[in-house]
Structure formats: C-alpha cells, structure tokens
Ligand binder design. Structure first.
Ligand code: PLP
Length: 423
C-alpha cells in the first residue's frame, strides 16, 4: 500500500500534541478538565465515525450490516453518532436494547446475542422487531419460539456456532473455543437444523460466529470462517437456506506498538471467502471502533517514593477503568502537558482503591510527574466506562464528547447522592 494511503488507513485517533499540549480534535484537553474536573473520559466523535467508515469502505462490495457492539461503549452520544452514520447495533441485554431504542436505532438493524436472555428480555426484543436473535443453546431457541408463538409474532434466529478455534488472545476474551460457554457445537447445531421446522415462530435462517476479542491477525478468523462455510455447504446440500451470516466482532485495536491488520487488509482476506455467496453479511465490531476513540484523563494526587518504587497516585481507579487490573492490559500514558526538557522517571501509576491490583502501569518510564499534573490513559474508549463500577463508593466519572472545536458533557459525573439512590 502506498505510504500515504497506509497512514490514512492506520491513522488511529484524533488525540495529538500542539505546542506541547494534548488536544482532542480541536479542543485542548486542559480546557475540558477545567470545566468538568477529573477523572473524565474524553471521546472523539471523529475517531468513532471514521473507524466505522473504515469498515464500511473496506467491505463496501458486500454491503454488510455493521452492528456496532454496544457493550464496548454504550454512551447514548456514541450510539447516536454511529447510528446516524448507518450502523446497526449488537446488543446483549434488555438494558442495551433500551439504549439502542433511545439512540433511535431501527429494530431491523438490531441483533441480539448472549447466553442468558431472560423471558422479559426476549419479549421486549420481539416487541422491538429486532432483525435477529443470535441463539446460543437449544433451550433458548425453544423459549424464544414459545414466547413468539404466544405473542403471535414470527422472529428470525441465527445459531451462534462455536467453531473451536483459538483466537490467540487473552483467556477472558476468548469465546470460540469448545470449553467456553458460548455458542453451539457443529454436531448439535446440525441436530437443531434437522428439527428447525418444528419451531413454528422462530425461523432458523442464519449463522453467527464470534470467536473472541482483540484478535490481531487474520488467521483465526480465516480458520473459523472456513469451518463455518463448510458447515453451511453441508446444510445447504441438505436443503437448508441460510440468509444471514453474522461474522461477529473481534478485530484488534492498536494499544501500543501492535501492528494489527487494517480494515482493508482484513477485508482483502475475508472477502475472498465470500465472493460467490449470497448471504446478508453482518459484522459486530466494538473495540475496533471505540478503543482509540477515547481517553481517560486523571490527575496525580501524590507522588510517593519508597525504597523500591516511585508511585504516581492518581484520582482514577480500577473502578473507573478495570482493564489493567482485570486482563493485565497495557495502556499508554501521555502527559496532558508535554515538556521535552523534563527528565524521565520510572513509575507505578496507581489508583486510590484498596487493592494491589489497582494500577494503570507498572515500571513505566514517564516524563517526571508532580502532584496536580494531568495524565491521559490512552485507548480507553472501549470496555472503559461500560465496565466501571462504584467500588469503594466512588462516583463514576464524567464522559465528554468532542466534536471539532466544541465539547459536550454526555454523562454527568455521579454524585454521592447517586451512590445511595435506591438503598
Ligand atoms: N459480538 C459478540 C457476540 C461479543 O461477545 C463481542 C464482545 O464480547 C463483540 C461482538 C464485540 O467484540 P469486539 O469488541 O472485540 O469487536
């Protein structure tokens, strides 16, 4: 790929320095902090929509339905921005359905996955006329059929297959291996297709697969998709018609110096497999769209030196952002005010929570930090706020969306009253 195009394809976000100051799009991050305080999630509207556009462009020849995975970042401002640009939504709960409706996503662009959909959730999704249930077990299919029958509605169903493929990612985000709780193995799925006609109100007309998250090469996808296509060939030879093929999410984001495939490279590999096929193709990307679209800005409260460590203690904690504690994930830390002349030191950057797992970086070389300095934890737009909690009775942080030269609070910082509401 020519260098300019490569730069364009891999340009990962809209956070950059100008005169030593960190900007999001055209807004200095310092200005946002002055208005809303810390910790704060800062999102770039442009990065969100451009990542969606990268996928739309790469796969334009098959006109897929790209259902952004709400779990990655479910703020209504994010959902609205993506829905306006043509995205559908991939949901996993009644709460996510509620958000999808609030974001004005049409039912016919919503797909619903998850191993434990309750009867109420199924009913609400049928009422919302969603496009597809991604079904993960026979009992679930029976339940959906029974509820649809009672409601005198017909629904579309995809079977989520478990292709037993190792995506070579963290165990906790591996979903396509046989020992995980997700999907249905090929043999069982075959049995279900044999009796599919018995389900009078649930039409089994699709196949779904999602093998894991933060997958950096095409090989696990190719292995899984080839297995799936062989399976579909077998089904179709037996007279079954597959209308929808949902290829899931899982595309890796760039957290440090990984070199994951671009959307174009991914598409080039994948599209060959689907050249002569007539399915309606669906994707469910979350991380690829959201991860680089947000940062978590936090303030250093104290610098504490011990015989063995320099700790930079910051005002965000694992309750705000759990990925380092949960997965040992790496996230870059950028000073909000960069000083080229400052000396650098090695720090553990930790939160105020009473857990040794409450850290954002260990033995990290950073520009010397002082109490009051602002740090930006990068690539925290996906699985950031959505995994936040109130642990240690800490109000959840504020979220801000930047669009060009303006910014808006898209979720208020929680108050102490919010902490006890309902108790
Ligand atoms: N689809 C399903 C069924 C998932 O479980 C997930 C993530 O867990 C996704 C899509 C989104 O994955 P990613 O954020 O890696 O694209």
């Amino acid at each position: 790929m020519p260098f300019r195009e490569f730069q364009e394809a891999t340009r990962i976000h809209d956070f950059y320095y100008k005169n030593g100051e960190l900007y999001c799009e055209k807004v200095p991050v310092r200005k946002i902090v002055k208005k809303v305080g810390t910790p704060v999630y800062v999102y770039s509207h442009k990065t969100f929509t451009e990542h969606l556009a990268k996928l739309q462009r790469a796969f334009r020849s098959v006109k897929p339905l790209i259902c952004y995975s709400v779990k990655a970042n479910s703020n209504l401002a994010v959902l609205r921005a993506l829905v306006k640009k043509g995205a559908g939504l991939d949901i996993v709960s009644g709460g996510e359905l509620f958000r999808a409706r609030k974001a004005k996503c049409q039912g016919k662009k919503i797909v619903y996955a998850g191993v434990g959909k309750t009867s109420d959730e199924i009913r609400d999704a049928i009422r919302a006329r969603i496009l597809l249930f991604n079904v993960e077990s026979l009992p679930e299919l029976e339940q959906i059929n029974a509820i649809a029958k009672k409601m005198r509605k017909k629904v579309n169903v995809s079977l989520r297959l478990n292709p037993n493929v190792d995506p070579h990612t963290h165990d906790y985000i591996t979903t396509g291996k046989a020992e995980t709780k997700f999907g249905i193995d090929f043999e069982k799925a075959k049995e279900i297709f044999k009796v599919a006609k018995d389900f009078s109100h649930a039409q089994v007309c699709g196949i779904h697969v999602h093998i894991g998250s933060q997958i950096e090469t095409g090989d696990p996808f190719l292995e899984a998709f080839r297995k799936i296509l062989e399976f579909i060939d077998e089904l179709e030879a037996g007279g079954v018609k597959i209308k929808f093929l949902n290829l899931g999410g899982g595309l890796g984001a760039i957290y440090s110096d990984e070199n994951p495939q671009t959307a174009e490279e991914f598409a080039a590999k994948i599209l060959l497999l689907f050249k002569k096929r007539k399915f309606r193709i669906i994707f469910e990307p979350g991380r690829f769209i959201a991860a680089n679209s947000g940062v978590l800005v936090t303030r250093v409260i104290y610098v504490k030196q011990t015989d063995v460590k320099n700790f930079a203690i910051v005002d965000a904690g694992m309750n705000d952002f759990i990925r380092p504690a949960f997965y040992g994930a790496y996230h870059a830390l950028w000073p909000v005010a960069k000083n080229e002349k400052a000396s650098s030191w090695v720090y553990d950057v930790v939160g105020p929570i009473c857990e040794s797992g409450d850290f954002f970086a260990k033995d990290r070389e950073l520009q010397e930090v002082h109490a009051g300095d602002l740090l930006s934890l990068m690539t925290t737009g996906a699985y950031g706020f959505t995994m936040a909690s109130n642990y240690n009775s800490r109000p959840r942080s504020c979220e801000v969306m930047v669009k060009g030269g303006t910014f808006k609070i898209v979720r208020k910082r929680e108050t102490h009253q919010d902490l006890v509401r309902g108790e």
